[in-house]
Design a protein around this ligand. Structure first.
Ligand code: ADP
Ligand code: MG
Length: 289
């Protein structure tokens, strides 16, 4: 019997494994044996194996970081630029969106407005840009205007408005989705203004709206607040107007056979309801014809 079998010496491989455990690199540990086999088979050399092991560990950490940051940003529905069909929205300049995806607007603390009718992809694009920002390591927060105003109003009631605004002023990018779908509660415009003012020239924003700027007075229920908001939000701003049809409706239209679809578009609904007549008394109708 050889000495090695009686008293096995820890190998270099064992030592590497212990180090990986101590360094908390579980993925590297997992792929180590596989990398060793590939070395033995002459597929890669030692330096290649080292690179492979480290890249595996790094990519798993990076994915974990992104997943956590997406949750923190409240980006629950993930949309990507790759998943956006630019051909469907010809009024939209693809290059402008791709330029925004370079994220320099975040460094410049600019506001990006995405305007357009419902279903034209405003939230999709806002989310996709926010996801790009998260991937690039930027701090991001995503909210609808209604949720944002609710949280500010709650903080005000609890006497913590200052802290709340400071907290919301911190992320490098704040996405405010759905401006104009719901009227803002009384006082909400003022609260939102305080936040916008706190972020002005410090942090960037993406805002989506189905209404034009001229309607902000109605949305915020106060033309003075609306003017002050737009003053800040249009100063260093990129405005992207989408003039197209709804992607949501396109999807529905695809489910409807062509002959029904064209008929539905041309003709009004066949059964016109008569007002003030109780149901089930159709036989009393003598005016037909
Ligand atoms: P908006 O916010 O303008 O009302 P959304 O961004 O919510 O519209 O879009 C509605 C749905 O259609 C979403 O599921 C979105 O991912 C999808 N969508 C919209 N436009 C496109 C597009 N051009 N390509 C792919 N998906 C799209
Ligand atoms: Mg939307």
């Amino acid at each position: 019997m050889s000495a090695a079998v009686r008293n096995p010496q820890p190998t270099t491989l064992d030592s590497i494994k212990r180090s990986l455990v101590a360094l908390r690199m579980p993925r590297a540990l997992e792929v180590l044996d596989q990398a060793m086999r590939r070395i033995e088979q002459g597929e890669i050399d030692a330096i290649g194996a080292l690179d492979h092991i480290l890249m595996e560990e790094l990519s798993i950490r990076e994915n974990r970081r992104i997943r956590t940051a997406l949750l923190l940003a409240r980006l629950t529905t993930i949309k990507t630029l790759a998943g956006f069909d630019f051909a469907f929205q010809p009024s939209l300049d693809r290059n402008r969106i791709l330029a925004l995806a370079e994220l320099t607007f975040i460094e410049r603390a600019e506001a990006v407005h995405l305007l357009g009718p419902p279903g034209t992809g405003k939230s999709h694009l806002a989310t996709a840009l926010a996801v790009e920002a998260v991937k690039a390591g930027k701090s991001v927060a995503f909210s609808t205007l209604a949720d944002l105003v609710t949280s500010l109003a709650k903080a005000e009631k609890e006497g913590t408005l200052r802290e709340r605004i400071r907290y919301l002023a911190r992320p490098q990018l704040l996405v405010v989705d759905e401006i104009g779908y719901l009227p803002v509660v009384p006082g909400g415009g003022n609260l939102f203004f305080q936040l916008v003012n706190a972020r002005y020239e410090k942090g960037s924003m993406i805002l989506t709206s189905n209404r034009g700027f001229a309607e902000w007075g109605d949305i915020f229920g106060d033309p003075v607040v609306a003017t002050a908001l737009l003053d800040r939000l249009l100063h260093h701003a990129v405005v992207i107007q989408i003039e197209g049809s709804s992607y949501r409706l396109r999807q529905h239209a695809d489910l409807v056979p062509e002959h029904v679809r064209s008929k539905a578009l041309i003709n009004p609904p066949p059964i016109a309801k008569r007002r003030g007549r109780p149901p089930g008394k159709a036989n009393s109708d003598h005016n037909v014809g």
